[in-house]
Design a protein around this ligand. Structure first.
Ligand code: PLP
Length: 409
């Protein structure tokens, strides 16, 4: 079966075989990996090795902590805002306690996941400023990354004024919108803003598929279940000077508001090397195997090349479809290499549910599954995560070309 689902995704076969062995008898200990004590030196070595491989893959400097935690990308919607607000409050010192209004957080909304992050921030009482909502630049729908000139960023004229973070999602999984290469336009931000405002990225669905400049980010997080491994572990990469604050500091939210839950405080995770409480052992183990496997296959550079080749094949078939397949992402440069989203369109030019159902069935006949679009947007979505091979992608393109020949001849 060729699984083109948006996640959880497939894993490389070599990794699955090694993981199966590790579950039965981990490195001759006579115990499976998930039976070990999470405080044992054997398991600590698993965490250390996963971290070392990830550091090598993404060139993560020592002044960044790598944390393995739980709760998924969704939990990072709140954890990112709470921790960055707390760091901001400690930077401001007594001024934070004296000022009744908490700092703002800026958001770049380019799809459903950033919209959800904003919703969660507001639920928590965070002053979330939507600097730009891409729907307002694309007829009410996601499908573009508006230029920086259209963003209404908060003032960063002084350290006190500056927002606690600027948050974006590098690849919007549902909508198929990815920041155009080479990624977030950091160099186009106003100089004082770029200097003072911590940049936070949700890379859940495209991490390790292209380079990302860790040094220019304050925080990068991703759930494992797309490009990395089984669900259950969420990876947080955070600049250490932003977590070196008192986890019980006041003024995180409005005065008198609740404190950050213990397991969401990055400092607690960092001080305890991701072992503050029982970690998702299996997911960390398999993520480590995936990192090591990628290092053997050309690292991030290799993955970047493969992602370009795979998505190029699929977008090529779309371009050759005489209007049968229409990308849902209007801005060509923002079309995701990970989640290719399109509609199947009738000869009259309208999206056609019947044709889409037939396309899904044609895929199924060749063993390709999970290509229906997200329930909120419909259409077709083919996800080409790192574990999807070029050969598997070629099968999809074969199906697409045969479908075009049938429908448009
Ligand atoms: N962010 C992005 C870009 C995602 O694709 C997802 C899930 O698909 C999430 C966040 C939420 O992740 P989780 O389901 O792990 O909470």
């Amino acid at each position: 079966t060729i699984n083109l689902g948006a996640g959880p995704s497939s894993l490389p076969t070599a990794v699955l075989l090694e993981a199966a062995q590790g579950l039965l008898d981990f490195q001759g200990t006579g115990m499976g990996l998930t039976e070990l004590s999470h405080r044992s030196s054997t398991f600590k070595a698993v965490v250390d090795s996963a971290e070392a491989s990830l550091r090598a893959l993404l060139d993560i400097p020592d002044d960044y902590a790598v944390l393995f935690t739980q709760g998924g990308g969704t939990e990072q919607f709140s954890a990112s805002a709470l921790n960055m607000l707390s760091a901001h409050a400690s930077r401001r010192g007594p001024a934070a306690t004296a000022t009744p209004t908490p700092a703002k957080c800026d958001y770049i909304v380019t799809g459903s996941w950033t919209a959800k992050a904003v919703k969660e921030a507001k639920r928590l009482g965070v002053a979330a400023n939507v600097a730009v909502d891409a729907r307002e630049h694309n007829g009410g729908k996601f499908g573009v990354v508006p230029p920086v000139s259209a963003w209404k960023l908060s003032s960063a004229a002084s350290a006190e004024d500056a927002p606690a973070m600027l948050y974006y999602c590098d690849n919007e999984t549902v909508d198929g919108v990815e920041f155009p290469a080479p990624g977030f336009p950091i160099d186009e931000l106003p100089a004082d803003y770029a200097e003072r405002v911590p940049l936070v990225a949700d890379c859940s669905s495209n991490i390790l598929s292209r380079p990302i400049d860790v040094r220019r980010h304050a925080l990068i997080f991703f759930g494992a279940q797309k490009n990395v491994g089984p669900s259950g572990v969420t990876v947080v990469i955070v600049r250490r000077n932003l977590i070196a604050h008192d986890p019980d500091a006041p003024a995180v939210l409005a005065q008198g508001g609740p404190r950050i839950p213990t397991t969401l405080v990055y400092k607690n995770l960092a001080d305890n090397a991701s072992l503050y409480n029982t970690p998702p052992m299996f997911s960390i183990y398999v993520a480590g195997l995936v990192f090591a496997d990628l290092l053997k296959h050309g690292g991030v550079a290799g993955a970047t090349e493969r992602a370009a080749a795979k998505s190029g094949l699929v977008y090529g078939a779309i371009a050759d479809s005489q209007g049968l397949f229409v990308p849902t992402v209007t801005q060509a440069a923002a079309r995701s290499r990970m989640n290719v989203t399109f509609r199947v369109v009738s000869a009259e030019g309208t999206p056609d549910d019947g044709l889409e159902a037939r396309f899904v069935a044609a895929c199924a006949q060749r063993g390709i599954v999970q290509v229906k679009g997200h329930r909120s947007v419909g259409g077709i979505r083919c996800s080409l995560y790192n574990a999807v091979t070029l050969e598997q992608t070629a099968v999809l393109v074969d199906v697409m070309r045969a479908f075009i020949a049938d429908e448009r001849s």
